[in-house]
Design a protein around this ligand. Sequence first.
Ligand SMILES: [Zn+2]
Ligand SMILES: [Zn+2]
Length: 278
Amino acid sequence: MLTLAYLPVVAFVIVVAFELFWPRRTDARGDVHRWLSNIALYIINKLGSRGIYLLLIAVGMEINEAQSATDDGLLKATSITLAVLVLFDILDYAKHVLLHRVPFLWRFHQVHHSDSKLDFTSQFRFHPFEMLLAMTLDVSFILLLDIPVYAITAVALIGSTWGMFQHANTHALKGLDRYARLLLVTPNLHHIHHYTDAAAANKNFGVMFSVWDRLFDSYLSPKSLIGDTPQYGVVGLNERGNLNPFALLTLPFQASNTVTQVGLDQDQTPIKSLKEES
Ligand SMILES: [Zn+2]
Ligand SMILES: [Zn+2]
């Protein structure tokens, strides 16, 4: 568990190196305004959720007092952690579909989609209300299923590391993507989900495993995209330029007619106007 705790730190160093030496797009570099907005949301989310998270850990430790990874043994602890990883991944998939299908929820989720460039800081760009909702759901399942603290911690560490890779502005592991996406929601698959095109933004909802998108017919392979190099973000918001943290926090509360519809548009027309990035 102690070794796993270093995972996000090691991943952070690797991702930064990848973005520096093997960038996917060069226009995301040096965009200080974007970085400041994303980092501001990260800090707000961390401060806001810390109290709740600590409470969760305290409650979790009490209910799982007898269940430490050492008590359970390596094989059992690994199996439980993997099962929790899969369970939370299908929950994340369902949650993500709802964030796009329910207009009230999309208002908050569009903050994440409003990033017109992608790099590892895009992983920080979530509205605190979306974070709060997600955490409430997670806590409910953790308490309901009496999930051991070690499994929660491991899954949280793996999840945040994967999120960083998924959004990274790099082509460093491009050669592996076609194999990795058989099982995983690779950066290539998740970047498609950030395209301004509604038919692309309503595909690839998965977080860790690509199986849910394949099962529920929301999988869009980079192979099926041809045409112009796609834009990231949300049409209507991209035109407003870099949104400051206050604008991002208040975005969900704007009048209905200014809320973008991209995430809600369920048009399933196959996309032929976009191309796989080379
Ligand atoms: Zn989304
Ligand atoms: Zn994303």
